[in-house]
Ligand binder design. Structure first.
Ligand code: PSV
Ligand code: MN
Ligand code: MN
Length: 388
């Protein structure tokens, strides 16, 4: 197989999960701009995600956020997804939108609040049992705003206790994925601020506890591909939440701010076998589309991940290895840059045709009439993050 064909076969099998919340209205704390035709319930979010899959061929699942996507009967939701050719994926817990969590959820000094948060996490595992989801993704907004506000070590003890209770509750084929975030909403200490904290907790929990790297959750200038390489080497990279940032947790379209960074991250993944058939890394988008239309925003995002992946797959690893072994600094860097500077759009168009997908997903969506249809059909679309 040529390098091109080998790259295509990996790209054909690539799977990128979409977040249900990307389809709802979103904004900043200053203003949420309502768009026409946005989903009114989880079923309509599923329908929109299915459109993204229909036009890209590589986005066959949707992550749910509980309680935003809570329904009475998850079997019905699962069937609705299957009917439109996708699956229900990762379950994202939410212990950050309740007055009780002002001082934290699982690390709150009040045992009653900790109990409430833990009960929600258990309820999320119950949802997973019904949806057949493999992964429980945990992100905690927990932290403090002022020195002395709470005991930093005691909060770590409470966190460890909760994580271990949740881990025990999982079945053998389910995983706990612990996401970290540098700051916000807590500004002085965050209880899971970085990959090291997440890694240390996951290591103690066991095999099926792994780290989620959200690309928007680091300090400016952080070498994210180093973190990725390290976690891959330790077998502890569980998932990605892809998005772009200029300043902080901006949740903009992945690959928009720094496509070169995305390439560097995906090269580490490819290099470590993270896209092999037996890899269990979950590749997910975690984005909001505040000012641009949401479905094409997701299509563009999927394409950006594909383009970066294709470039990473085109790196001539033999030449790279030889240059590295010879200490040829400029040669090695040149091999990497050659791949990055390759225009992979023709290769991806060819792949899409082979997969029976329109080679131009953005154009195909625009021509499909779906946007006009949902604008006409759906009145009163809901804000992402506020119930069904
Ligand atoms: C937190 O900033 C985060 O990245 C977590 O993944 C949440 O689950 C997601 O955003 C949606 O709020
Ligand atoms: Mn995230
Ligand atoms: Mn985030």
């Amino acid at each position: 197989m040529t390098g091109r064909e080998a790259a295509k076969s990996v790209l054909r099998a690539q799977k990128i999960e979409l977040p249900s919340w990307a389809f709802g209205n979103s904004g900043t704390r200053f203003k949420v701009f309502a768009q026409q035709g946005v989903p009114r319930d989880p079923f309509e979010k599923i329908a929109d995600a299915a459109r993204v899959h229909a036009h890209t061929g590589v986005a066959p699942s949707i992550a749910l956020h509980i309680p935003w996507d809570a329904v009475d009967d998850y079997a019905v939701l699962g069937r609705a997804a299957a009917d439109v050719g996708i699956k229900l994926g990762t379950i994202n817990a939410n212990v950050f939108q309740d007055d009780d969590y002002k001082l934290g959820s699982v690390t709150n000094p009040d045992p009653a609040v900790r109990r409430k948060a833990l009960d929600h996490l258990f309820a999320c595992v119950d949802v997973m049992d019904r949806t057949g989801s493999r992964d429980l993704k945990l992100w905690f907004s927990d932290g403090t705003n002022y020195p002395g506000q709470d005991d930093i070590r005691a909060r770590q003890d409470r966190l460890a206790e909760a994580l271990s209770a949740v881990y025990e509750r999982l079945s053998a084929d389910q995983r706990l994925i612990l996401e970290y975030k540098l700051f916000e909403p807590a500004f002085y200490t965050t209880d899971v601020p970085d990959w090291g904290t997440s890694y240390a907790h996951c290591l103690k929990l066991g095999e099926r506890a792994k780290v989620c790297v959200d690309t928007g959750h680091h300090a400016p200038g952080t070498n994210i591909e180093f973190i990725v390489a390290f976690l891959l080497r330790e077998g502890k990279l569980g998932a990605f939440d892809f998005n772009s940032r200029f300043y902080a947790d901006d949740d903009l379209i992945v690959g928009a701010a720094d496509p070169f960074q995305l390439f560097r991250i995906l090269f580490e993944v490819v290099n470590a076998g993270g896209l092999a058939a037996d890899s269990d890394i979950a590749f997910m988008l975690d984005q909001c589309h505040n000012i641009e239309p949401k479905i094409p925003g997701q299509i563009r995002s999927v394409m950006n991940v594909q383009e970066a992946t294709a470039k990473a797959l085109l790196v001539d690893t033999e030449a790279l290895g030889a240059a590295q072994a010879a200490g040829d600094v400029l040669g090695a860097n040149g091999v990497l840059m050659d791949a990055y500077n390759t225009d992979v759009r023709p290769l991806l168009a060819e792949l899409r045709e082979e997969m029976g997908v329109d080679p131009d997903p953005m154009g195909a969506y625009a021509r499909s009439g779906y946007a006009e249809q949902i604008t006409g059909d759906r009145v009163g679309g809901r804000q992402a993050g506020w119930g069904a």
